[in-house]
Design a protein around this ligand. Structure first.
Ligand SMILES: [Zn+2]
Length: 340
């Protein structure tokens, strides 16, 4: 019962404001019982119970007119990892996975490289197993030794050469973590926000000592899901406790840096540098994270073909999954102090 309520409710409110009434959105075939279907249709008249992996939400239905992000991701996961979308990312019943997919999902359509096999890697062992399959390249770039998937590194080196000819440089921002990250690193960043938040909200009486004990014992995907649900009730975990934790850190096991397809760039504010990076397949894909670039393997003109859409935030351009919903993204302010 709880599960179906959650499934029926999670999808719509998170992107609007906390405490709005829920409306059902997104139902997988496993849960597409008559009651779930009715519940969903009552709020989403155009909704249909479709095949596994295809969302019920009319906002997410496949139009067939434009390249479809979900179809492209599904095809890549099948081809590269032999798994379906829902094995990589249980977007129908897990708010954490759904949010991560929406926030960082552009990396799943990158061309000529290996895309992640999970929205949220749950353990160090899972990350290590995935990373060990990648063809990587480690080089000293601007004095910092970084590791990327080989095509991403080759493109970066070519971009640096093009920049050099224009009297510009492109360097990693913030040491080796600017490129690749281990699970442990992403977990450390996450815990640096989670633990102070738990203490804060316990002191405020909004959560109990048992809540704290339970979430500390939970798996990482469960933690992410729980934190995002608390945040729907205004129990926030970013520094200052007034914004979502995802303003400042990626969910552990979910950072694009784990895939070795992301780079935080020192010269992110230079439009010419961004142009050169874009020509070489490097684009901004995480809304509001200004220094963060993702290797997608194609120039900007080709991004719509991958099911990505152009979003402008604070005058800056980002390419994000085109999920055909009316909802706004989580973040509206651009920033640079993040470890996503
Ligand atoms: Zn980054």
């Amino acid at each position: 019962m709880l599960r179906s309520l959650v499934i029926a409710s999670f999808f719509s409110i998170f992107w609007i404001t906390p405490l709005k009434s829920y409306s059902p959105r997104f139902v997988s075939s496993e849960t597409c019982s008559r009651s779930a279907l009715n519940a969903a249709q009552s709020a989403a008249p155009n909704g249909r119970c479709l095949t596994r992996g295809v969302p019920l939400s009319p906002g997410l239905l496949l139009s067939g007119e434009k390249p479809d992000f979900l179809k492209i991701v599904s095809a890549k996961l099948e081809k590269q990892h032999g798994i379906g979308l829902f094995e990589a990312c249980s977007v129908n019943d897990d708010l954490g996975a759904e949010t991560v997919f929406r926030e960082y999902g552009a990396v799943f359509v990158a061309e000529g490289v290996t895309v992640p096999s999970k929205c949220i890697f749950a353990t160090e062992a899972e990350v290590t197993a995935f990373q060990s399959k990648l063809e990587t390249s480690t080089r000293s770039v601007g004095g910092t030794t970084i590791t990327l998937q080989r095509p991403a590194m080759d493109a970066l080196i070519a971009a640096r050469e093009a920049a050099r000819k224009s009297g510009l440089s492109i360097t990693p921002r913030g040491g080796p973590n600017a490129a690749s990250r281990s699970f442990a690193t992403t977990l450390r960043f996450w815990n640096s926000r989670l633990y102070p938040g738990l203490e804060h909200w316990k002191r405020q009486g909004r959560i109990t000592a048992k809540d704290v004990a339970d979430i500390r014992k939970a798996t990482i995907p469960e933690q992410v899901d729980k934190v995002l649900r608390w945040e729907q009730e205004g129990i926030y975990f970013a520094r200052g406790f007034s914004k979502s934790i995802l303003y400042s850190v990626a969910a552990p096991g979910a950072s694009q840096h784990i895939s070795m397809l992301a780079l935080d760039v020192t010269q992110f504010g230079n439009g010419r540098v961004r142009e050169i990076l874009a020509k070489h397949g490097w684009h901004r894909t995480v809304l509001s994270d200004l220094p963060h670039f993702t290797y997608l393997g194609v120039p900007e003109n080709d991004l719509p073909r991958l099911g990505l859409e152009k979003k402008t935030s604070g005058g800056e351009v980002f390419w994000v999954p085109d999920l055909r919903t009316e909802k706004e993204g989580l973040r509206t302010e651009n920033g640079t102090g993040e470890v996503r």
